[in-house]
Ligand binder design. Structure first.
Ligand SMILES: Nc1nc2c(ncn2[C@@H]2O[C@H](COP(=O)(O)OP(=O)(O)O)[C@@H](O)[C@H]2O)c(=O)[nH]1
Ligand SMILES: [Mg+2]
Length: 193
């Protein structure tokens, strides 16, 4: 369990991005894939990040301070059908600015839904990640919703759709599948230089 996680700030404008020497671990993925739940699972506390928020409330970067050692930064989810082009553009400008002007981002967790074939936006996100040259892991969430014996089949399907070379980690914030594995990964990332 990651100790002492607390929500610190929501950022809507690039001018307001905190200038911090702390390392940052970033979460990306479509709206409703379970980014907030992922944080709560790591915190072992359901009240750290708000789950099931309306899209209007997640058009920002949310910074979670972990024990004053590093940040987990939850990026705005993508794939809302109701969002205007202008809104999407302003969010992607903010996200691009954040990613490109921050040397302290050490890892990105890219969340997808294990049950569904990756969406067009997921494929775009995967290729965007490849181009950024930042280390990342693909996490297939909501694994509790499918039979254990089917998990590998679903992972193979996702791998094929994304043309992914990386191993995909099955995960569930509900059943806690691989929560410990992710925690250990985060520890390694933070402790290495
Ligand atoms: N069954 C199941 N539901 C999940 C899991 N993770 C998230 N959810 C549900 O998916 C919905 C969206 O979760 P949320 O964490 O708010 O997604 P976000 O928009 O990416 O932050 C909520 O109803 C959660 O309870 C999971 O691992 N298993
Ligand atoms: Mg959220």
């Amino acid at each position: 369990m990651l100790k002492n996680i607390k929500f610190e700030i929501s950022v809507f404008k690039k001018e307001k991005l905190p200038n911090t020497p702390l390392k940052q671990i970033v979460l990306v993925g479509k709206s409703n894939v379970g980014k907030s739940s992922f944080i709560n699972a790591l915190a072992n506390n359901k009240n750290i990040a708000k789950v099931g928020q309306t899209p209007g409330k997640t058009k920002c970067l949310n910074y979670y301070n972990v024990n004053n050692e590093f940040y987990i930064v939850d990026l705005p989810g993508y794939g809302y059908s109701t969002m205007s082009f202008k809104e999407k553009e302003s969010i992607s400008n903010l996200v691009n600015y954040y990613i490109e002007n921050n040397k302290n981002i050490c890892h990105i967790f890219f969340l997808v839904d294990i049950r569904h074939n990756p969406t067009k936006d997921d494929v775009l996100m995967y290729n965007w990640l490849l181009n950024k040259g930042i280390n990342f892991s693909i996490v297939a969430n909501k694994a509790d919703k499918i039979a254990k014996t089917k998990i590998d089949d679903y992972l193979i399907k996702i791998t094929k759709t994304l043309f992914a070379k990386e191993e995909i980690i099955a995960f569930s914030s509900q059943s806690k599948l691989n929560v410990e594995l992710i925690e250990n990964k985060i520890k390694q990332i933070i402790e290495s230089d």
